[in-house]
Design a protein around this ligand. Structure first.
Ligand SMILES: C[S@@+](CC[C@H](N)C(=O)[O-])C[C@H]1O[C@@H](n2cnc3c(N)ncnc32)[C@H](O)[C@@H]1O
Length: 244
């Protein structure tokens, strides 16, 4: 019995580990540039993204006005090992009380607060530092299936993220159930899942512009031993040959 539960825990841990691949900004920019007109007036939700560490948040916040977004919502998940600071895009003192607490950020406008004539990531940083209403703790654990996150999902028009690989079927099923448009990173193997293939046949799901024959490179946690290389900023990068 003890061995069984140990195995179960190890399996869970290894599943969780498989989910810790963090998307690089350049890959987001290269895919998202093809959909610019489709975001005007839309509510975008990134529901597997620590707003302080996710390049999806960074991309949409920095391009909020250029894309003409109505709202950007981003929520993090309590179990993510990087929640609380491995890949910080912003250092916002005092905003993350316990470091590990799951967070939500909602942005409805990004004013040009630094007055440089352009709206960019510096203005987002200023907004986060000075408008406490944009960042709040979640009541629950930030699971995309939680009631709290489903309420946010209902509000959204388009969901954009790199979801946990281990929950891909469930993740897509929820998007389809709530009739959401989505742009997500997945695995080429998932194209053959019967649930996914059905959606492809119904033209509700298609592959994007990123070439899926070459794989993708992701940032991985600092304690990973198997990785492809270390980038200029010292982050470990792993290659996933089947990501698209
Ligand atoms: C493949 S990583 C990608 C992270 C981020 N979206 C990005 O692209 O950089 C998937 C993320 O989903 C989180 N996650 C795992 N299970 C989740 C769940 N049930 N609900 C919400 N997020 C979850 C993981 O902790 C991990 O941070």
């Amino acid at each position: 019995m003890k061995t069984k539960s140990l195995n179960k825990n190890l399996h869970k841990a290894s599943q969780a580990k498989k989910d810790e691949f963090y998307t690089q900004l350049v890959d987001i920019e290269n895919e998202l540039k093809h959909y610019k007109d489709q975001f005007r007036g839309k509510v975008v939700y990134c529901n597997c993204d620590d707003p302080f560490e996710s390049n999806f948040f960074k991309y949409f916040a920095a391009n909020f006005n250029a894309l003409g977004l109505k709202k950007l919502i981003t929520t993090s998940y309590v179990k993510s090992p990087i929640v609380g600071g491995q890949l910080p895009l912003f250092e916002v003192e005092g905003l993350k009380p316990s470091g590990k607490e799951p967070f939500k950020i909602e942005i409805k406008e990004v004013p040009d607060t630094d007055g440089d004539g352009a709206v960019n990531i510096d203005d987002v940083e200023y907004l986060l530092k000075h408008d406490r209403n944009t960042a709040t703790s979640l009541r629950g654990n930030g699971d995309f299936r939680s009631k709290e996150c489903i309420e946010l999902l209902k509000e959204a028009n388009i969901v954009v993220t790199n979801p946990p690989f281990s929950l891909f079927r469930e993740y897509v099923a929820q998007l389809v159930e709530y009739e959401k448009k989505f742009l997500i990173i997945g695995n080429t193997n998932s194209l053959t899942y019967k649930e996914i293939f059905k959606l492809i046949k119904e033209d509700k799901f298609r592959t994007g512009y990123t070439n899926f024959n070459v794989g993708m490179f992701f940032v991985v946690p600092d304690d990973w031993e198997h990785f492809h290389h270390i980038d200029k900023s010292g982050k470990k990068i792993a290659r996933v040959s089947t990501s698209c």
